[in-house]
Design a binder for this molecule. Structure first.
Ligand SMILES: [Fe+2]
Length: 269
């Protein structure tokens, strides 16, 4: 079985037509004859755009496209009547989403995942909780603070989402696990410190609430996004994969086709 991984497509951010992202991803999925495509969040900065994209990719590839929302996928504009919780509920019922609904591949394998949330533990210890919770540093504001409102402290939310993953892991018995989150769950994906800005902003990158999950469950692959890195490594027989397309200014070429091709990671189970 061939599984493709990609994240952080941000299809509504650049001047590039959204249809280009679709065409290329559909083309690559077919070319590699993927059985499952995993998208680890940040398709777009609005749920309607994200939803349309997921539906299109599913329709045109006819394979299982599985998704966890990234922080951007939860963003709302000020004038919208929906709450962040409404957007969460919307994603929960979307067939592509694996929020609170693990995907069983066969007797041997299952895919479990969630957005996850950041819990500030990756920041430098010199910042107080109050300073981190404001999300403001050096004139910059962490945009989730303005565009998302869970009505909960980020630390609390991180725990709740990690607990949802534990509940789902219990549902799939002793199958080997492909875990997918949006935020990072391994410190190797934090921005190296000391760093002028990320000593602070690493607070919003990852969580430590998954640490015991790796001890307690047979996680074989751990997929994540959010940091716009493309990097994988193996530790304690877990393969960690981060396959972010990221923003055009972060690309090595100016060609979207080359970038998507280079970003998509494929593994076999
Ligand atoms: Fe992103």
């Amino acid at each position: 079985m061939k599984i493709g991984v990609i994240s952080d497509l941000h299809i509504d951010r650049e001047h590039i037509e959204q249809r280009r992202y679709e065409e290329i991803l559909i083309g690559e999925t077919k070319k590699h004859k993927l059985d499952i495509l995993l998208i680890a969040g940040d398709v777009a900065s609005h749920y309607e755009i994200t939803t349309r994209f997921l539906e299109k990719i599913s329709e045109e590839t006819q394979i299982n496209v599985l998704f966890v929302p990234g922080n951007h996928d939860y963003w709302l504009k000020a004038e919208e009547a929906l709450s962040t919780k409404d957007v969460y509920e919307h994603y929960k019922q979307l067939p592509q989403s694996i929020l609170e609904s693990p995907f069983i591949i066969d007797d041997e394998w299952a895919i479990v995942g969630h957005s996850g949330w950041y819990d500030y533990t990756y920041a430098d210890a010199r910042f107080s909780d109050e300073k981190l919770a404001r999300g403001k540093f050096y004139g910059g504001t962490w945009q989730d603070k303005l565009k998302i409102n869970w009505e909960l402290h980020d630390r609390e939310l991180s725990k709740i989402f990690a607990d949802k993953v534990k509940t789902d892991l219990e549902k799939v018995g002793d199958r080997k696990i492909i875990l997918m989150t949006h935020v990072v769950t391994h410190r190797r994906y934090a921005v190296p410190m000391p760093h002028r800005l990320f000593d602070y902003f690493n607070a919003f990158i990852g969580t430590s609430d998954f640490d015991d999950i790796y001890q307690q469950y047979p996680i074989k692959y751990s997929i994540m996004g959010h940091v716009h890195f493309r990097y994988q490594f193996i530790q304690n027989s877990v393969t960690y994969i981060c396959a972010c397309l990221g923003y055009e200014r972060e690309w090595r070429t100016d060609d979207i086709y080359t970038e998507i091709q280079n970003t998509l990671q494929i593994f076999n189970i």
